[in-house]
Write a protein that binds this ligand. Structure first.
Ligand code: FMN
Length: 229
């Protein structure tokens, strides 16, 4: 499965089978987590065999059978949320290619002391549930290309493909609060520029959603075709 196929196949899954993730699959995830933690200055932690975080009464969600998850932590900074979104979604897509299902969780989890480590100045942005789903989930209701971008018949095919992948991205309560703009070649440069911004959100998580959407955009549009403005 390619990353683009993973984008198309991925849906949030909240109910999981009682089936452990094999050690060789965990090893692939751990290797990618180590790379991300080094490259992006994050402190992502993979927790396994821990059923408490996603059990009990939670208002939003309805999770069951979650015993593995990612703790998405990092040093407090202005761009922490967006980096958690961008790199977390890389892990979500990798997990999908490995046959796993996932669900981002900003609210529907409990922090269980002793299951994660926080260094000085670090904080947890969210969790991501991992496992073998009872189902593969469902497609979300989506905004249209024109609601989240200036994509049109005049913008390049790679840009429009990127926007289609953005529309498949998970966002908190499916809010899709972002806007991507094709700017063309600027300041005599050879490579077209694309800007991506979040719009106003009452519930928050807009920066995390933006990072997730930018990850999808890069996979589908091709990093070689543009530069972020
Ligand atoms: C940052 C973020 C936080 C989320 N928090 C929760 C959560 O706390 N509980 C939950 O059940 N789903 C949560 N979700 C999942 C969204 O509800 C889901 O991504 C959205 O409805 C779109 O559906 P899809 O992921 O199946 O495409 C979250 C998603 C994101 C991106």
């Amino acid at each position: 499965m390619t990353l683009l196929e993973a984008i198309e196949a991925r849906h949030s899954v909240r109910k999981y089978k009682d089936e452990p993730i094999p050690e060789e699959v965990l090893a692939v995830l751990r290797a990618e987590i180590d790379e991300i933690n080094q490259a992006a200055g994050l402190h992502v932690q993979l927790v396994t065999d821990e059923p408490k975080s996603f059990s009990g009464l939670m208002a939003y969600g309805a999770f069951s059978g979650v015993t593995s998850y990612l703790v998405m932590a990092g040093k407090k900074s202005d761009d922490l949320e967006e980096r958690i979104g961008y790199y977390g979604e890389q892990l979500v897509l990798l997990a999908q290619t490995l046959g796993l299902n996932t669900c981002w969780a900003g609210a529907s989890y409990k922090k269980i002391p002793g299951t994660y480590v926080l260094e000085e100045d670090e904080k947890i942005g969210c969790y991501i549930a991992l496992g073998y789903g009872l189902t593969q989930g469902n497609s979300h209701k989506s905004k249209a290309r024109g609601d989240v971008s200036n994509a049109s018949d005049l913008t390049p095919a790679w840009f429009n493909k990127g926007i289609d992948a953005v529309l498949l991205a998970p966002t908190a309560v499916n809010q899709q609060k972002f806007y991507f703009e094709y700017l063309g070649k600027k300041d005599g440069g050879n490579v077209p520029k694309v800007s991506a911004k979040h719009t106003f959100s009452m519930i928050g998580y807009a920066k995390m959603d933006l990072g997730i959407a930018k990850c999808h955009f890069e996979v589908a549009a091709g990093k070689e075709n543009f530069e972020w403005a």
